[in-house]
Structures are given as C-alpha cells and as structure tokens.
Design a protein around this ligand. Sequence first.
Ligand SMILES: CC(C)(COP(=O)(O)OP(=O)(O)OC[C@H]1O[C@@H](n2cnc3c(N)ncnc32)[C@H](O)[C@@H]1OP(=O)(O)O)[C@@H](O)C(=O)NCCC(=O)NCCS
Length: 152
Amino acid sequence: MTTLMAIALRSYNPDDFERLYEVDQACYEPAIAYSRRELRNYLRFPGADCIVAEADKNLVGFILTAHGKSWGYIVTIDVLAPYRRTGAGSLLLAEAERRLAAAGVREIGLETATDNSSAIAFWRKHGYRKTGVKKAYYPGGRDAFSMNKLLT
Ligand SMILES: CC(C)(COP(=O)(O)OP(=O)(O)OC[C@H]1O[C@@H](n2cnc3c(N)ncnc32)[C@H](O)[C@@H]1OP(=O)(O)O)[C@@H](O)C(=O)NCCC(=O)NCCS
C-alpha cells in the first residue's frame, strides 16, 4: 500500500525564519544556499511573498516570490529530499502562481542552475521555457538558465 503524505500550505510568518533557513541549507549545496542575510533580504523584496508547505505540522518546503506590476519572479522553491516527488513542489508553485496572477502578474521568470536536471524537469512540466543562459550566475561560477512562463 502507498501512503500519500498530506501536505498543507500556509503563508510564511516571521517565526518560521530559522526553519526556512535550515530547509534552504539542506536543499542546496553551500555555494548556492542563501545566507541568513540574503534570505532576510529576499523576504523584504518588493512584492515578496512566501508560502510554506507542512507535513504533519513540520515545515518541509517553501516557495519565495516577488513581483512588480505585471512581472513576477521566483526567488527559490525548496522541498526537503524525503518529501520530493509527492507533489509538494507542484502545490507550492500552483499557489504562488495563483497569488501572482491575482496581483496582476502576467509573466513569471526564474533562474536555475544549468546542471540542476530535476529542477529543469520540474519547471518544464509546469510550462516554463528557457530564455537564455547567464554565465557564472552563481557564487562558485555555475551557469544558470533563465526561464519564464506567460500566465494566461
Ligand atoms: C525542484 C523541486 C522543488 C521539485 O519539488 P517536488 O516536490 O519534488 O516536485 P513534484 O513532486 O511536484 O514534481 C512535479 C514534477 O516535476 C518533475 N520532476 C520533479 N523532480 C524531478 C526529478 N528529480 N527528475 C525528473 N523529473 C522531476 C516531474 O515531472 C514531476 O512529476 P512526476 O513526479 O509525476 O513525474 C525539488 O526537487 C527541490 O526542492 N529541489 C532542490 C531545490 C531546487 O533545486 N529548487 C529549484 C531551483 S530553481
């Protein structure tokens, strides 16, 4: 029998900060994971919004977005490894896109490392297309694909 883990979404609140940081550290290698200072700055971006995913009341993932008038940006999406491939990332993304669309956003962009094949598969599945390459985008020198999606 397969048991599906129930994932519940809610908005971030400042008490989540330390756990958010831990989840980000666990999801990325040290060169790419955010410092506390970077994470705090992103949470203060214009139009920043953060949605967290909980399994059994534990924060196991989150998505952080920002937006201007019609253009949105996905800063990061993180799901802890044991909770991947069960739809948590897709739930987070759908809710973030819903909120961005409700705020008037028509186009969403993001960057992802060119060697992050699981993330690229995830973004493609959700309608994001490569628009370019940013050389040495990440600290440590890794390249990034820029990807975007038009909301209909
Ligand atoms: C990218 C990430 C958020 C996906 O989260 P997730 O909860 O596993 O995503 P889902 O279960 O909703 O996956 C949806 C679909 O994306 C694709 N996908 C996700 N992970 C994949 C993988 N490792 N290999 C191939 N396809 C993958 C599949 O099409 C999947 O559907 P399926 O499971 O029915 O085949 C997660 O892998 C993660 O946190 N990675 C580390 C951080 C990161 O790289 N974030 C993105 C950087 S921009």
